[in-house]
Design a protein around this ligand. Structure first.
Ligand code: HEC
Ligand code: HEC
Ligand code: HEC
Length: 284
């Protein structure tokens, strides 16, 4: 094959791949995944969420530098600039792969302008530093928080030999059984399903302590218990509308609230941990 043909074929291939990705860009969402070395700075590999604590320090130090640069309290300005420098450079000590995300030139300019008491160039350098914070946050902040800090339900154990996910399916089956029986006027079925749901909720409540060790969670709490009583009453003597309302309230209190924090976060964590599903990507 002539080399011109070869290059032409290469270009064609690149163009086709590019076009396929571009055409489907509204169906595929790519995330940047942080380097694995970050795990060292989070639980369980670390005793604390050390990466996050370094970040909190940085935000405080940026605020202090800004404050003392305008109030002309130079000794304090020197102190906080030294701390800011240390913790900013710590980013690449902790995760060497992120060395290129740092704007070391802006930091040097900040240090020089602090030394020269040059407020104008200090302010510019601080803005540039801030841009480098924002740039990394745009790429990684939410994925890192999800991967390392969202609660992990894969190890949660129930006191009975049933898998957590299976237990969830049982719970929703009971909720819907109550609804179906209520609509069809089958009072006995509705009441016995409610009694099974109560048992399932109690089992669920025993698992909170596996993560909430000091900050004890009560589940079911007083409000849920009251709603369950109301539901029981209305299933025995109330109208279908009252039954529906009580069941809806219970589903919000006992299921939806928890899903809003724990399940959404855990689902996202699972998706990110599983990585891209190439078959799905190609299918698109
Ligand atoms: C190389 C990447 C990177 C750079 C540069 C960076 N950060 Fe971060 N930052 C992160 C990541 C990743 C998180 C998410 C951590 C988490 O939620 O556990 C984060 C989170 C934070 C948070 C916590 C946000 C919140 O409200 O929960 C603060 C505050 C913060 N960074 C401040 C800063 C400041 C100030 C700078 C610049 C001086 C900076 N960061 C530079 C990666 C970076
Ligand atoms: C796999 C671990 C895990 C399990 C199991 C778990 N949680 Fe949580 N929960 C967390 C984490 C992490 C947070 C985030 C806030 C925090 O650090 O307290 C949280 C936050 C919450 C919040 C919102 C924040 C607040 O303080 O109001 C509530 C309410 C809550 N949990 C209730 C429960 C209840 C009720 C159960 C049991 C049915 C439960 N959790 C089981 C890990 C867990
Ligand atoms: C601790 C908070 C919490 C409470 C309370 C809770 N859930 Fe869940 N639920 C979860 C989590 C976390 C998952 C994801 C489990 C997984 O994917 O392994 C889940 C998943 C589910 C699923 C999907 C199961 C599947 O097949 O993927 C259903 C259905 C469900 N829950 C129903 C309920 C119902 C009904 C209630 C109330 C009676 C309830 N949940 C109460 C946290 C909770």
């Amino acid at each position: 094959m002539k080399w011109t043909h070869f290059i032409f074929l290469q270009c064609l291939l690149i163009a086709v791949v590019g076009a396929v990705v571009y055409i489907h860009n509204d169906e595929v969402n790519l995330h940047k995944i942080p380097p694995a070395s970050l795990a060292k700075w989070y639980k369980p590999e670390n005793k604390r969420q050390e990466w996050l604590h370094n970040m909190f320090k940085l935000r405080r130090e940026m605020q202090a530098v800004k404050l003392y640069s305008t109030s002309n309290e130079y000794e304090l300005l020197d102190k906080w600039t030294a701390q800011l420098s240390k913790h900013y450079l710590r980013i690449s000590e902790m995760v060497p792969e992120w060395n290129k995300k740092l704007d070391v030139e802006a930091l040097t300019r900040l240090q020089v302008s602090v030394k020269d008491r040059d407020q104008q160039s200090l302010s510019l350098a601080l803005d540039d530093l801030n841009t480098s914070c924002d740039s990394c946050h745009r790429d990684y902040r939410s994925t890192v928080a999800t991967i390392y800090r969202a609660p992990d339900f894969s190890t949660v154990k129930l006191s009975q030999p049933v898998k957590y996910k299976k237990h969830m399916k049982e719970l929703i089956r009971r909720v819907n059984q109550i609804k179906i029986a209520s609509e069809d006027g089958k009072q006995d079925v509705a009441l016995s399903s409610l009694s099974e749901l109560k048992h399932g909720i109690k089992l669920q409540g025993e698992t909170c302590v596996q993560c909430h060790k000091k900050d004890t969670r009560v589940y079911p709490d007083i409000k849920m218990i009251k709603t369950i009583e109301k539901l029981e009453q209305s299933l025995a003597t109330g109208t279908r509308k009252e039954q529906g309302r009580a069941l809806g309230t219970l589903a919000v209190q006992a299921c939806a609230r928890c899903h809003g924090t724990h399940r959404i976060a855990y689902d996202n964590k699972t998706v990110l941990a599983d990585g891209p599903n190439w078959r799905e990507l190609i299918k698109h």
